[in-house]
Design a protein around this ligand. Structure first.
Ligand code: PEP
Ligand code: MN
Length: 324
């Protein structure tokens, strides 16, 4: 339950009324407001009246809780404002020259952020698993050379030491979208989080995942739609534009779209990107590789630099219509 205290003494009132030994509460600061969160309490058991506090019957992600759109700041980049934000880069960091060349090129073509996986969630344990810590070091080098803030996936809490004070935005991948232990951990940080939906999560389940991060006190969450599993297999996943529109209705959090993973084929990525921006996405995350045919992961969906350049030109036209 979410309680917004009306006076600074409310916490004392709450303590004095702690009859039940199972009662637990936490105090967080979110969007400039002090909030008390309780677990497992019925509203009638709480010392709430119109003088002392407000009981909010809504989730922290919802527009009932916060009406104005949230902006998430990643370095100099603001996600959720008028300008569309584009993060681009390889699926996986493979080598220094691969990353630096791609980073310089996507920057020149208008990307605002650099993506690249160092810890990769692969279907087979015999596939390339990413460069790990070394990959994070290369991302830091690319940031230094290009000035682009970096977003990269944290697969497991045990890898966090490499991310701390380094990575600008932490990606939660589809396979971890409901890893509540990881989500709770990310809630204890202030680092911006790019939260993907799960392979088969509903919009509400996915928003529930964002609530785990927000309720820990980390207000910097961007929702990233990456498609759902469906019966269709010409595309890799089903990119449901309705999910992006639904988020616009249901949450104040910024919305990102990843057209690369649902497309699964590079020739389809631009169309999905245009649809996502037209539907209200604030950000795009796109896989780009200097030599996609020889990429060590997601080879068929990564764009060539030339294709990325074309996509950016056309995306700007849609941006002008829907956000101009
Ligand atoms: C990725 O961004 O490379 C990735 C693995 O994404 P997802 O978790 O959405 O599959
Ligand atoms: Mn990928």
């Amino acid at each position: 339950m979410i309680i917004i205290p009306k006076s600074s003494v409310y916490e004392e009132v709450l303590k004095d009324n702690m009859m039940d030994s199972t009662f637990s509460y936490r105090v967080i600061d979110l969007y400039g407001r002090k909030i008390i969160l309780t677990e497992g309490q019925s509203p009638s058991s709480l010392p709430i009246d119109s003088e002392t506090a407000l009981l909010v019957n809504a989730n922290l992600y919802s527009k009932d809780f916060k009406q104005d759109k949230t902006t998430v700041q990643v370095g100099d980049v603001s996600i959720g404002e008028k300008k569309l934000v584009v993060a681009a880069g390889p699926c996986a960091v493979e080598s220094e020259s691969q990353l630096l060349e791609t980073a310089e090129a996507v920057k020149a073509l208008g990307a605002d952020m650099l993506r690249g996986g160092a810890f990769k969630p692969r279907t087979s344990p015999y596939s390339f698993q990413g460069l790990g810590q070394k990959g994070i070091q290369l991302l830091m080098k690319a940031r230094e050379e290009t000035g682009l803030p970096v977003v990269t996936e944290l697969l497991d809490i045990s890898d966090y030491a490499a991310f701390q004070n380094n990575v600008d935005m932490i990606q939660v991948g589809a396979r971890n979208a409901q890893n509540f232990t990881l989500l709770r951990f990310l809630g204890t940080l202030k680092t911006p989080i790019l939260l993907k939906n799960g392979l088969a999560t509903t919009v509400n389940e996915w928003l529930g995942s964002s609530e785990y991060i927000l309720s820990g006190g980390n207000e910097n969450v961007v929702m990233c739609y990456r498609g759902n599993r469906s019966f269709e297999n010409y595309t890799r996943f089903n990119m449901d534009i309705g999910s992006i529109a639904s988020l616009r209705n249901l949450t104040h959090l910024p919305v990102c779209a990843d057209p690369s993973h649902p497309a699964g084929r590079r020739e389809l990525v631009e169309s999905l990107a245009l649809g996502a921006v037209a539907s209200g996405a604030d950000m795009l995350e796109i896989e780009v590789h200097r030599d996609p045919d020889n990429a060590l992961s997601d080879s068929s969906q990564q764009l060539t630099l030339e294709m990325f350049g074309r996509l950016m030109k056309n995306v700007r036209k849609i941006e002008e219509i829907v956000r101009g």
